[in-house]
Write a protein that binds this ligand. Structure first.
Ligand SMILES: [Zn+2]
Length: 257
């Protein structure tokens, strides 16, 4: 998950767009102007493919100032380009990019709804309702005074809710949602009622270790772990397909200067 910085990405000037194969490390983070998604399995697979010659590492990288021509290809070669994004990586990356719009200093979540024809129908991230100034509501997870009104939970709209409300089609029946974190029980109710039939998630929150810590994430009075247990129960009961996707390979975008 993107837990590091919530700094914005300057999209008005794109000087570098790189999709690079990283051979070590396991991280998902935003750092120093670079946004990256990496997983151990994906990195290992990329390393194996590079080592075996199946994947040309150079072809996966584009360098600054040469973004359009760095891949030297034979213009008469009818084969498709190697290293293109899979559908799962593509839509999950859109969800992660959307999460970078969130002002929440603790958790940035993004969601992307996709039709059965692989068309994006809605995107959302966690934030306060439209018209509510970000500086006038709390982002705190816990209240010093114990007053729940001093925490973010009564006010924040989850990414899944916003993606549904931002839909560009009349119906989401049969659609699929890509989301960076497993949905809570409140969002699962919305997803089921909206007709979403598959949820592809990155971070699993469905089977947390039960503990006695204060409620930190669930809306209302329900405990955090109970919220996700209820969510999984509802989704299983209604036959919504659940699938964790950790990316087929590392994806790195470097935007701006
Ligand atoms: Zn939720």
């Amino acid at each position: 998950m993107l837990d590091a910085s919530n700094a914005g990405i300057p999209i008005h000037h794109v000087s570098i767009l790189s999709i690079a194969a990283a051979v070590t490390g396991a991280c998902v983070g935003y750092y120093a102007g670079r946004w990256s998604l990496r997983s151990t399995a994906a990195a290992d697979r990329a390393a194996q493919r590079i080592h075996s010659g199946q994947l040309n590492e150079c072809k996966l990288e584009q360098t600054e100032g040469n973004t359009a021509t760095s891949q030297k290809t034979d213009p008469y070669n009818p084969l498709p380009r190697e290293g293109f994004l899979s559908w799962d990586d593509y839509f999950m990356a859109v969800a992660f990019l959307s999460a970078q719009r969130s002002k929440d200093p603790n958790k940035q979540v993004g969601a992307c709804i996709v039709s059965q024809d692989k068309i994006i129908l809605g995107i959302g991230y966690n934030g306060f309702p439209r018209g509510c100034p970000d500086s006038e509501l709390p982002w705190a997870k816990l209240s010093r005074s114990g007053d729940p009104l001093d925490t973010k939970y009564p006010y924040v709209c989850h990414a899944e809710l916003n993606a549904i409300l931002n839909k560009n089609t009349a119906s989401l029946h049969g659609a699929k949602m890509y989301v960076t974190m497993f949905p809570c029980n409140e969002c699962s109710k919305l997803l089921i009622q909206a007709g979403i039939r598959e949820i592809v998630y990155y971070e699993d929150k469905a089977a947390p270790v039960r503990d006695t810590s204060p409620n930190e994430a669930a809306p209302g009075n329900i405990r955090n772990e109970d919220a996700y247990a209820a969510s999984k129960r509802l989704l299983k009961m209604t036959g919504v397909k659940l699938r964790q996707h950790k990316l087929d390979r590392p994806i790195v975008f470097s935007l701006g200067t």
